[in-house]
Design a protein around this ligand. Structure first.
Ligand code: PMV
Length: 338
C-alpha cells in the first residue's frame, strides 16, 4: 500500500536536549513549540511484500537526491530501525520505497528531523495499515518519539504543542496547547549557514550528560514548561520571550560544555542575538532562539515582520530568511511523490 504525509518543522520554546532513556527516547522534561508553515517534509512510502532492501531517498530543497544507506549510522540509521519496528508490528515480510521532499535545508538546525521523521513515521504506519498507531494523534506521536525524534513528536498535532515528559513510553506523547489560529506569532529564520552540522542531534543528546551543567539544566527546567504553556495560552509575549530566549542559551551552554563539545552557534548567531536583545530593550516585542545550528529563529507578532525583515536584509551574516507563520501539524495527502 502507498501513503503520503506532510509534516511541518517546529521551533521549540522549552527545548529537548539529552534523554532520560535512550532506548525509549524519553526526554528529561516536557518541551513545547510552534509548528512552522514554510518548512515541511512531504513523504511518500510504498510497502511491498518480500525481503528486498529498503530504499530511502531524500530530495533536498535544491532538488538534489540524497540516497540514505543503512550503514550511514546515526540519525539515518534510525529510519531503517523504524522500518524494522513496522515489520515487527505488522508481522509481515515487507520492504519499503520512501521518497521525502524537504522545502528547506537539511540538518542545519531548522528541525529538518522534526518535519522529516514525523512525515516518515506517519506515512509508513498508514502504508502498513497499522490503524491503532496512526489514527490517533497521541498514538502517532508516541511512534514518532520512539522512532528517534522526540522533537518531531511535537509536529504531529496542530499549532502550539507540547510533548509530555511522562514516565514511560505510554505517557510521553503530544498535546495541543492551542491551535494555529490562537496567536499570530511568526518565526523568521535567518539562515546563516545552510550546511549540514558536524555533530548530529542524535549524538548530541548522548553527549549531553557529559556536561557538568546538565544536572543544573534539569533543575533549572522545573516549572518552566508550565510557565511557557501559560504564556502561550494568555498570549503573554514578554513571559514567552524571557523564558524561551533564556532556555535556548541554557541549552547551548550544555552543548558547548559537553565532551566532546558541540559548538553550533557562529559569530553571526551572536551578532544577531545582540541586535535582537537591543531591539527588545528598545520596546519591540521580539526574541531569538536557536536549535542545534547557527541559524537564528526570530519570534515576533506578525505585525512586526517588516521591521525584522529590514533588519535581516542589512545584516552581513544573513544569506536569506524563511518566513513562517504558525501551522497545522501532520496531515495525510493523496498527492503521492511517485
Ligand atoms: O528530536 P531531535 O533529535 O532532532 O532533537 C532536537 C533538539 C533541538 O532541536 C535542539 C531542540 C528541540 O526541542 O527542538
Amino acid at each position: 500500500m502507498k501513503a503520503t504525509a506532510i509534516s511541518p518543522a517546529n521551533i521549540a520554546f522549552i527545548k529537548y536536549w539529552g534523554r532520560r532513556n535512550h532506548d525509549l527516547f524519553l526526554p528529561y522534561t516536557t518541551t513545547n513549540s510552534m509548528n512552522l508553515s514554510a518548512c515541511n517534509a512531504h513523504t511518500t512510502v510504498e510497502l511491498f511484500e518480500g525481503d528486498k532492501i529498503d530504499s530511502i531517498i531524500i530530495l533536498g530543497s535544491d532538488g538534489k537526491e540524497i540516497e540514505i544507506k543503512r550503514e550511514n549510522g546515526d540519525k539515518d540509521e534510525l529510519l531503517f530501525k523504524y522500518l524494522d519496528r513496522v515489520r515487527e508490528l505488522s508481522k509481515k515480510k515487507i520492504y519499503a520505497k520512501v521518497i521525502s521532499q524537504l522545502n528547506f535545508p537539511l540538518g542545519a538546525g531548522i528541525a529538518s528531523s522534526a518535519a522529516g521523521m514525523s512525515a516518515f513515521v506517519a506515512a509508513v504506519l498508514k502504508a502498513a495499515d497499522l490503524k491503532e498507531y496512526f489514527e490517533s494523534k497521541i498514538e502517532l506521536s508516541k511512534e514518532v518519539r520512539i522512532s528517534g525524534s522526540p522533537s518531531a513528536a511535537r509536529s504531529v498535532d496542530d499549532g502550539y504543542t507540547e510533548l509530555l515528559a511522562g514516565d514511560d513510553h505510554n505517557d510521553s506523547y503530544v498535546r495541543m496547547i492551542a491551535d494555529e489560529n490562537h496567536w499570530d506569532l511568526v518565526d523568521i529564520i535567518a539562515v546563516l549557514n545552510p550546511e549540514k552540522k558536524k555533530i548530529s542531534t542524535n549524538l548530541g543528546h548522548k553527549l549531553a550528560s557529559s556536561s557538568p551543567f546538565m544536572d543544573a539544566r534539569i533543575k533549572y527546567l522545573e516549572g518552566k514548561p508550565e510557565i511557557v504553556r501559560d504564556a502561550i495560552l494568555n498570549k503573554d509575549f514578554k513571559t514567552l520571550a524571557e523564558y524561551s530566549e533564556a532556555d535556548s542559551i541554557n541549552m547551548h551552554a550544555v552543548m558547548m560544555t559537553s565532551n566532546p563539545a558541540a559548538y553550533y552557534l557562529s559569530a553571526g548567531s551572536l551578532d544577531i542575538l545582540k541586535s535582537i536583545v537591543a531591539m527588545r530593550e528598545e520596546g519591540l516585542d521580539v526574541f531569538i532562539t536557536f536549535d542545534a545550528g547557527p541559524n537564528a529563529h526570530i519570534i515576533t507578532p506578525k505585525k512586526n515582520s517588516e521591521i525584522i525583515n529590514k533588519f535581516l536584509q542589512s545584516n552581513q551574516f544573513v544569506k536569506y530568511s524563511i518566513y513562517n507563520e504558525v501551522s497545522k501539524g501532520t496531515t495525510y495527502s493523496d498527492n503521492h511523490l511517485f
